[in-house]
Design a protein around this ligand. Structure first.
Ligand SMILES: [Zn+2]
Length: 89
C-alpha cells in the first residue's frame, strides 16, 4: 500500500476554481488558471495529510465546506490580480 503526503488544499482549490471560473470574468486558459491557483494556495494555509488514495475523497468533501468562505475570498482576489496582470497578451 502506498502512503503519500498530500496538500488537500490543492485539490479543494482546484475543484472550487473550476466551479467558479466562469463567473469570475477572467481568461480561462491554462496559464491564467494556474496563476490563480498558485496565488490562492500561497495565501491559504496548506492542509497536509498522510493518506492512501481511498481516504482522500471524503476528507476533501468535508474540508471543502469548512474552508469555503476563505477559499472563495482568496480565489476572487487572485482572479482580480490575474485579470489586471495577465502573463500573456
Ligand atoms: Zn489566459
Amino acid at each position: 500500500m502506498a502512503i503519500t503526503i498530500k496538500n488537500l488544499m490543492e485539490d479543494i482549490v482546484s475543484q472550487k476554481l473550476d466551479k467558479m471560473i466562469d463567473k469570475l470574468g477572467v481568461c480561462t486558459c491554462e496559464i491564467c488558471k494556474t496563476d490563480i491557483l498558485c496565488y490562492t494556495l500561497n495565501r491559504l494555509h496548506p492542509k497536509y495529510v498522510a493518506t492512501n488514495n481511498g481516504e482522500l475523497l471524503s476528507k476533501i468533501d468535508s474540508l471543502s465546506n469548512t474552508f469555503d468562505i476563505a477559499i472563495i475570498t482568496e480565489i476572487t482576489n487572485a482572479a482580480i490580480i490575474v485579470k489586471n496582470h495577465p502573463r500573456h497578451n
